[in-house]
Design a protein around this ligand. Sequence first.
Ligand SMILES: CC(C)(COP(=O)(O)OP(=O)(O)OC[C@H]1O[C@@H](n2cnc3c(N)ncnc32)[C@H](O)[C@@H]1OP(=O)(O)O)[C@@H](O)C(=O)NCCC(=O)NCCS
Length: 337
Amino acid sequence: MVRTFHPVEIVGCGSYVPEKVVTNHDLEALMNTSDTWIVERTGIRQRHIARDDQALSDLAIPAARQALAHAGISASEIDLIIVGTSTPDMLMPATSALVQHAIGATRAAVFDMEAACTGFVQAFIVAQQFLMTGMYRKALVIGGDLLSKFTNFSDRGTGMLFGDGAGAVVLSSGGQDAILSNLMGADGSGADLITIPIGSRVPPSGERADSGGHHVTMKGREVYKFALERVPPAIQEAARLAGLELSEIDHFLMHQANARIIEAVAKRLGLPMEKMIVNIDMRANTSAGTVPIALAESAHSGRIKAGDTVLMVGFGSGLTWAASVIRWTAAPYSQED
Ligand SMILES: CC(C)(COP(=O)(O)OP(=O)(O)OC[C@H]1O[C@@H](n2cnc3c(N)ncnc32)[C@H](O)[C@@H]1OP(=O)(O)O)[C@@H](O)C(=O)NCCC(=O)NCCS
């Protein structure tokens, strides 16, 4: 159990994915692949892709509004907004500033956190620290990415994996003590395994940017190996820190990178697949979006119920990983929220 000065809990959650659906069959026209291969090797059947005129904040804002409505909290009560993302609207300002203005969270301090697919869980843990110390009382944590704008859809090694979307939670202090454990880790020696090179080393104009420097690169097999090496111990450690046996945890919500990774981790730890939350078939890998989208969808559908324990684990580029065990205390979601 984390020692808290002020108890912290999730009081609302929300998600948003763009309307446009791209199926594996649609991708067959763009790259040398097949629906059968993608389903067998990744579990993905379709992904949601943003319109040309949409940026990350266009996904984050509706997710945030739904989370606030679920929490029954007005934006003006929010003290802090953190957006976990690797695909902000712009390099500056922070996307969290755009969200703050759009939703009217005029009192909120804002910043973005860049930890790729670990971005949401890491931002969630960071936000808790401000609430536990009493510095702030209410935080909005958003995780999302719009990787379709950084994906080479003729590269069959990466082009079938990603989708766009965002999820959000509202954290509140002073109610129930519902954060049971947190952990974060990194291994920068694997920084080259998943990259979007564009930045101050590969500037946006120039030969390297024009020859693919703005696209996701990935050493798929090595990433797969990393996930199987690091994620099972992270899950075991998060459970140990929470004072729980794995069998006492109701839901395991892993980053949706590949259904085979989720199945292999479950097998290694002896976890029944019924306890693994999986939506990669419909949503694909939305990077920092996967965990909060799946959390919101599972809570809103009633799969996650009051009193349930949920172990969330993110992992990805960096390499980074982060895990948190929570007890679900938010009120049931109603369609009017
Ligand atoms: C990317 C990934 C799905 C590739 O699956 P894999 O089983 O490792 O496949 P390989 O790259 O070894 O390729 C196996 C074969 O399929 C082919 N192949 C690769 N991608 C393909 C595609 N999209 N469609 C059809 N065939 C494909 C390869 O060319 C290779 O063919 P060969 O045996 O004739 O040479 C897998 O490595 C993976 O999911 N890695 C982790 C990725 C990840 O989680 N990223 C996000 C982390 S946050």
